[in-house]
Design a protein around this ligand. Structure first.
Ligand SMILES: Cc1cc2nc3c(=O)[nH]c(=O)nc-3n(C[C@H](O)[C@H](O)[C@H](O)COP(=O)(O)OP(=O)(O)OC[C@H]3O[C@@H](n4cnc5c(N)ncnc54)[C@H](O)[C@@H]3O)c2cc1C
Ligand code: SF4
Length: 486
């Protein structure tokens, strides 16, 4: 611990500034400005190097946070990135996108603002890339074993990198035209520019991971055929089935799932031509769902030039402070102001959607009523209905689970009661040699959990192929975050 009195000297938590709203909504670049080195170093000095670092427990990756805080304070970027990469393949993703459960469990957070762990993480990896410290790690020997990873989101990529470095020959199959899963086509550039993804993929390719885009397993190659071609298969296909709202008017033109809107928007930002793109320009937009996906739709609609955007949440507005039943070190449900909320639009709470209203087959509004709680159920309160005018309605209501039809019919894979792909303690499905990681097995979660699961499943596959493994396994399939959500 470099400065034992750091947390007493620097009591203010200072985070990176967001670019001015009127400037940033004119482009798709990241909202946050580059963190100043001096500030990062000062902030790192606030870490107390706790005897029992609760931040470790908050992070499913088990990141060695006090160690790299100390190394950052000492301006040892090489040491810091080595420690960070020991537990996290992709700190540039988590550093930008994670809601940081580690900060919610930081001991300093008991009576002071928590250490800015996430910002320190992203500054370490950005400095490491700038300083050419991120190099490919080719395996020392090849095992001659082959692994197919299906799905190129953070779970599939983390597993592929671990397995390639362990000497296996790994091919990642992705049905989209580009690699990255939700990092590529879910999360907009204003949260993470895709150059961060591309430079990591370049490292992985140089290490020997092979990428096969535009191939849907189950359709272009059957699961059985894939299984017979490879020594092991990892299913990391995500939880992509959107939750619908089958109420009156759902069939109207202009009512869409969030991903039908976000995926083409991200493709256009990447420079692709997209026919029949759903656009928000000049439209009154209503977003159902107040979570991350809803905020991403809002930021996208703002940049496309929407006339108005209203985000509706069925529940009550969360509090800005921890509630008594969500004490430290849990991850509390708090009222969050994402960058997109700061830019534009209004947020309505306790709003139950009753009906989509339309004319000539096109949506013109959303009928909502106040939510009332009856026997613990959220119901629309009679007599409180009103119509919010809308030309575009986006359903950002979460996801119900993985797409499993082909897996079930072609290889008899088992699913669990929640619609996820069932797996045992060693990440194995009921089919020999077929493993499951990420949202496909856990349900829609977080990038940090996907990376942790990918790493752990890689260890299980390595053990299955070689009889033993030295790869780390930071989580088990049954692990739950110390959080009040999920
Ligand atoms: C809009 C949105 C914003 C989000 N924002 C955040 C955030 O800010 N922070 C955060 O921590 N989490 C966020 N999440 C959640 C996070 O993105 C996911 O938890 C994470 O990406 C899951 O990773 P994964 O690798 O399991 O699956 P995914 O990222 O979903 O990747 C699965 C991939 O598998 C491919 N695939 C599926 N079936 C097949 C098949 N049969 N053959 C070939 N390929 C196939 C899909 O095309 C996809 O590319 C967000 C989610 C959404 C929807
Ligand atoms: S809990 Fe907070 S103060 Fe303690 S070691 Fe972790 S980051 Fe540092």
């Amino acid at each position: 611990m470099a400065d034992p009195r750091g947390f007493l000297k620097v009591t203010e938590r200072q985070t990176a500034p967001r670019r001015p709203v009127d400037v940033r909504i004119m482009d798709w670049k990241e909202v946050y400005e580059r963190r100043e080195k001096g500030v990062i170093q000062q902030q790192a000095s606030r870490c107390m190097d706790c005897g029992v670092p609760f931040c470790h427990q908050g992070c499913p990756l088990g990141n060695l946070i006090p160690e790299w805080n100390d190394l950052t304070w000492r301006q040892d970027t090489k040491g810091a990135i080595e420690r960070l990469h020991k537990t996290n393949n992709f700190p540039e993703f988590t550093g930008r996108l994670c809601p940081a459960p580690c900060e919610s469990s930081c001991v300093l957070g008991i009576n002071q603002p928590a250490v800015t762990i996430k910002e320190i993480e992203v500054s370490i990896i950005d400095d490491a890339f700038d300083g050419n410290l991120v190099q490919p790690h080719q395996p020392e020997r090849l095992t001659g074993k082959t692994v197919a990873v299906v799905g190129s989101g953070p779970a599939g990529l983390a597993a592929a990198q671990q397995l390639t470095r362990a000497g296996h020959t790994v091919a990642v199959y992705e049905r989209e035209d580009r690699i990255g899963g939700l990092l590529r086509y879910g999360i907009p550039d204003f949260k993470m520019e895709k150059s961060h993804l591309d430079r990591r993929l370049a490292q992985m390719e140089a290490e020997g991971t092979r990428f096969r885009t535009g191939v849907e397993i189950g359709r272009d190659i059957s699961w059985n055929e894939l299984k017979s071609r490879y020594d092991a298969v990892l299913v990391a296909t995500g939880a992509t089935v959107p939750r619908d709202l089958p109420i009156r008017g759902r069939e109207l033109d202009g009512v869409h799932f969030a991903m039908e809107y976000l995926t083409p928007a991200n493709k256009v930002v990447a420079g692709d031509g997209v026919s029949n793109q759903i656009l928000a320009n000049g439209k009154r937009v209503v977003i159902l769902g107040g979570g991350d996906t809803g905020a991403d739709c809002l930021g996208t609609a703002t940049r496309q030039g929407a006339v108005s955007v209203t985000t509706l949440a069925i529940g009550a507005q969360p509090s800005t402070e921890r509630r008594a039943d969500q004490p430290w070190p849990t991850f509390p449900t708090l009222f969050e102001v994402a960058s997109a909320h700061e830019e534009f639009g209004t947020r309505e709470y306790l709003a139950s959607t009753v009906e989509f209203v339309g004319e000539n087959g096109k949506v013109t509004g959303v009928k909502v009523a106040e939510t009332e709680y009856v026997d613990g159920k959220r119901l629309p309160k009679a007599g409180t209905e009103q119509v919010i005018e809308a030309d575009l309605v986006l359903l950002a209501l979460g996801f119900t689970g993985a797409e499993t039809d082909a897996l079930v019919s072609q290889v008899g894979i088992e699913t669990d009661s929640k619609g996820n792909i069932a797996r045992g303690q060693n990440w194995a499905s009921n089919q020999d040699g077929v493993f499951v990681a990420g949202d496909a097995g856990r349900g829609q979660s977080l990038i940090v959990w996907a990376i942790a699961e990918g790493r752990a499943a890689a260890a299980a596959i390595d053990e299955y192929l070689e009889g033993s493994t030295e790869l780390p396994a930071p989580v088990k399939p049954t692990d739950k975050p110390i959080s009040v959500y999920n």
